[in-house]
Design a protein. Structure first.
Length: 278
């Protein structure tokens, strides 16, 4: 078996195990929520602070005011500290939307973590900040807890590359955003099996890729920057800003299914965009 295929099969088996374990009620409710959740600092508060600073700067650049607005982070994982900064600086509500919220982060775990991070005294002072952060457990394909035209700003970081039906998710963002609402999404367009080899996955046929990735805990699509931007335009978004990072191919073999893309389109490894609902 080729080395890279072995690595992928091992990753698939690992993800499958993790998936089963995380669905076990004992792990999900009893162990994680009660005891482990508050200690599981899987994300760095400095990372969340950086997300807040970068995204609020981008909003400012386009004269988009977030004071008194409702912001939602889709696929927030167990991150929440950026929400704290947005509320502290005037946002009305912050919704952390994470399909695995049941065992990653819910309002009970959120408060416990807030208390540990800020210390008891500061946490008590900022209690009202936490009261304006809510957690919903929805997939972006169907935001069941959100009404039409109910959110002002949607953000995400490293989420859209994990979504199978991108078009459906863009339509769902369009539905829940208010008229004139804005989105900022950062998309990591690399093969997640090995970030050092970001184009390796373009060598597989669609059939092979599905077999290796579907139902995996870390499903990754292979959509290129152009596909995301085209989907936005089709769904009546105006792109206010689109930043793309590129990396040269080297000697990577590309499957002929990607033959319609130019090399320039294929070489984008990160997309960061600001888009406005028309
Ligand atoms: C790489 S993590 C990024 C987490 C966080 N945004 C960050 O910056 O650290 C990808 C996140 O996307 C979420 N996700 C995957 N599929 C999703 C979907 N269909 N709808 C919403 N979120 C999804 C995962 O649960 C996970 O939390």
């Amino acid at each position: 078996m080729k080395k890279s295929l072995k690595k992928r099969v091992a990753l698939g088996a690992y993800n499958f195990g993790l998936n089963i374990l995380s669905r076990t009620p004992l792990v999900k409710k009893k162990l994680f929520r009660k005891y482990l959740g508050k200690y599981a600092y899987r994300t760095d508060p400095a990372y969340d602070k950086d997300v807040y600073e970068r995204y609020s700067e981008m909003l400012a650049k386009h004269q988009i005011v977030y004071k008194d607005k409702i912001i939602m982070d889709v696929g927030s994982g167990d991150n929440y500290y950026h929400a704290y900064f947005f509320i502290k600086n005037g946002a009305k509500k912050f919704i952390l939307c994470e399909p695995f919220a049941d065992y990653l982060l819910d309002s009970v775990v959120l408060e416990k973590r807030g208390e540990i991070l800020l210390g008891k005294k500061k946490f008590q002072e900022d209690r009202s900040v936490f009261e304006n952060i809510s957690v919903v457990s929805d997939h972006l394909e169907k935001l069941k807890h959100l009404d039409d035209s109910s959110v002002d700003i949607i953000i995400s970081t490293s989420v859209f590359e994990h979504i199978d039906n991108v078009e459906k998710c863009i339509k769902e963002c369009q539905r829940v955003l208010k008229s004139g609402g804005v989105m900022i999404h950062q998309i990591d367009i690399r093969d997640h099996a090995d970030f050092e080899e970001p184009f390796n996955y373009l060598g597989y046929s669609s059939w092979n890729w599905r077999w290796l990735r579907t139902n995996s805990f870390v499903y990754t699509n292979r959509r290129r920057s152009k596909d995301f931007l085209d989907s936005l335009r089709r769904n009546k978004f105006t792109i206010l800003q689109a930043e793309e990072d590129r990396q040269a191919f080297g000697a990577v073999k590309i499957n002929r299914e990607f033959g319609d893309y130019t090399q320039d389109e294929l070489e984008v490894i990160r997309l960061l965009f600001v888009a406005k609902k028309n």
